[in-house]
Design a protein around this ligand. Structure first.
Ligand code: DC
Length: 222
C-alpha cells in the first residue's frame, strides 16, 4: 500500500512550499491539486467563458484532457497537450479557480485523477479537500494555516519577487474572499479533518514547519 500524506489549508498558508520540501526529504511525489484546478480555470478564461457560467464551464472542462507528469522532480500540468505551468499562478487565475472549483462535476474529474495518482505512488498531496474527501485513509493528515494578514504578506512577497505589481490590501481582501468561498461551498468545503494535525504557521519559519511535518511523517511511517 502506498504512503499518503494529505495537507489542507487556506490560500497562502505555505502548503506548496512545505509539501515540496517534505517530498524532497522523504522521497515522496508532491501533488499540487490547486494547480490542476488552476489549469481548468485557465482554460475557462482563455475561452472567454465567465467562471460563474456553470453550464459553459462544465462543458469546457469535462471535454478537456488534463494530466500531470514530472520533469526534474517538478509537477507539470498538461492541458490539451501543452505544459501550462507558467500561466497558473496569477491572481486572476487564482480567483477564477476559487469560483470554478465550487462546481461538483469539475471536482469529480479532479478527484478521480488525484485518487489514481495516490493509489500508485507514495505522495504528499496538498489542496482543500484532501484529508476530508480525496484521501480519507491517508496515513497522515495536516491542516496548515496562518493569519490572513500573514498569508497576504507572503503572497505579496512571492508576487513581488516575480516582478508582478500588486497591492497588499487587495491581496488580503482577495484571500479572505477566497477563504470564505472555499469554506462555505456546498461540495467538499475546506475544513480540518477530524483526524488532522493542526499546524499554525503564523509565527513559524519555513524550516520549522518543514521539520515538524517531516517528524510527523516519520512517526506515521514507522
Ligand atoms: O492552493 P491554490 O491557491 O493553488 O488553489 C487555488 C484554488 O483552487 C482555491 O481557491 C481552491 C481550489 N482548490 C480546491 O477547491 N480544491 C483543491 N483540492 C485545491 C484547490
Amino acid at each position: 500500500m502506498s504512503f499518503n500524506v494529505a495537507v489542507d489549508g487556506p490560500a497562502g498558508a505555505g502548503k506548496s512550499t512545505i509539501a515540496k520540501a517534505v517530498a524532497k526529504q522523504l522521497n515522496l511525489i508532491y501533488v499540487d491539486t490547486g494547480a490542476m484546478y488552476r489549469a481548468m480555470a485557465l482554460l475557462v478564461l482563455r475561452n472567454n467563458i465567465d467562471p460563474s457560467d456553470t453550464d459553459a464551464v462544465i462543458e469546457k472542462c469535462c471535454s478537456a484532457d488534463i494530466s500531470i507528469c514530472y520533469q526534474d522532480g517538478e509537477q507539470v500540468v498538461m492541458l490539451n497537450g501543452d505544459n501550462v505551468n507558467p500561466y497558473l499562478r496569477t491572481e486572476e487565475v487564482g480567483n477564477a479557480t476559487s469560483v470554478i472549483s465550487t462546481i461538483p462535476k469539475v471536482r469529480e474529474k479532479m478527484v478521480e485523477l488525484q485518487q489514481n495518482l495516490a493509489a500508485s505512488s507514495d505522495c504528499i498531496m496538498d489542496g482543500r479537500d484532501i484529508g476530508t474527501c480525496v484521501l480519507p485513509n491517508a496515513q497522515l493528515k495536516v491542516y496548515l494555516t496562518a493569519d490572513s494578514a500573514v498569508r497576504a504578506k507572503r503572497r505579496y512577497d512571492e508576487l513581488a519577487a516575480k516582478g508582478q505589481v500588486c497591492d497588499l490590501q487587495k491581496i488580503q481582501a482577495d484571500i479572505e474572499e477566497r477563504d470564505y468561498r472555499d469554506m462555505h461551498r456546498e461540495t467538499s468545503p475546506l475544513r480540518q479533518a477530524e483526524d488532522a494535525v493542526l499546524v499554525d504557521t503564523s509565527l513559524m519559519t519555513v524550516e520549522e514547519v518543514i521539520h515538524r511535518l517531516v517528524q510527523l511523517c516519520l512517526e506515521r511511517q514507522n
